[in-house]
Design a binder for this molecule. Structure first.
Ligand code: ADP
Ligand code: ZN
Length: 212
């Protein structure tokens, strides 16, 4: 299954992509995680991406398209993949089409803006990619990752002001992709729920008909 996961920042893409990855044994490619990793490692890519991420804007298309090309060409993605956070603009979607990548389904997790703001303020993340919420999805031990034991942290771009910018960017540049994929007959939507497990149940059900 070749899947694109869409949704506003904080809609729960990362959390649900981990669940889908577990169930279907396909890797999740999260452009946000890749970019944050590059920033942490101090690479050229990281240096190019940092100012955009900090401002809540999109990193230039050419940069992320290059990343995706490389990942999708790897053996790991042979039997399917989840794209979490890509494409995020019409030019990115067109680039994906030009790569000749066949997409089976585009799943959009719908969450209203006011809910998003509330969620971001409680989000805690781990450098391994795991994501938690202090109230809705707490780790077993406060501040510690269940998966790898590392200390959790608050993402710099989860600051209230930056969240506003990210939401504006989402509505202006990413949301038009829903129409783009709907026209291709690929769009499936799921209402994001308060409880992670409830959303996962809806996601699994939505994907059932796309199983190989
Ligand atoms: P969220 O979906 O919660 O906003 P991500 O971790 O997916 O978080 O992305 C964080 C930031 O990384 C985005 O706000 C953006 O600046 C950058 N980014 C991630 N994916 C892309 C992409 N496909 N195109 C451009 N910028 C991206
Ligand atoms: Zn971890």
């Amino acid at each position: 299954m070749n899947l694109i996961l869409m949704g506003a920042p904080g809609a729960g893409k990362g959390t649900q992509s981990a669940k889908i990855s577990e169930k279907y044994h396909i890797p999740a490619i999260a452009t946000g995680d890749i970019l944050r990793g590059a920033i942490k490692a101090g690479t050229e890519l990281g240096k190019a991406a940092k100012s955009y991420i900090d401002a809540g804007q999109l990193v230039p298309d050419s940069v992320v398209i290059g990343i995706i090309k490389e990942y999708l060409a790897s053996d790991e993605c042979k039997n399917g993949f989840i794209l979490d956070g890509f494409p995020r603009s019409i030019p990115q979607a067109e680039a994906l089409d030009e790569m000749g990548v066949k997409i089976d389904v585009v799943l959009s997790i719908e969450v209203a803006d006011d809910k998003i703001v509330e969620r971001m303020s409680g989000r805690r993340v781990c450098s391994c990619g795991a994501s938690y919420h202090v109230a809705y999805n707490p780790p077993k031990t406060e501040g510690v990752c269940d998966k790898c034991g590392a200390a959790l942290y608050i993402r710099a771009d989860d600051a209230a002001e930056t969240v506003k910018n990210r939401l504006a960017t989402f509505h202006a540049q990413t949301e038009p992709l829903k129409e783009y994929y709907s026209k291709k007959g690929l769009l499936v939507t799921v209402e994001g729920q308060e409880e992670v497990a409830d959303t996962t149940a809806l996601v699994y059900r939505a994907l059932q008909s796309f199983e190989a």
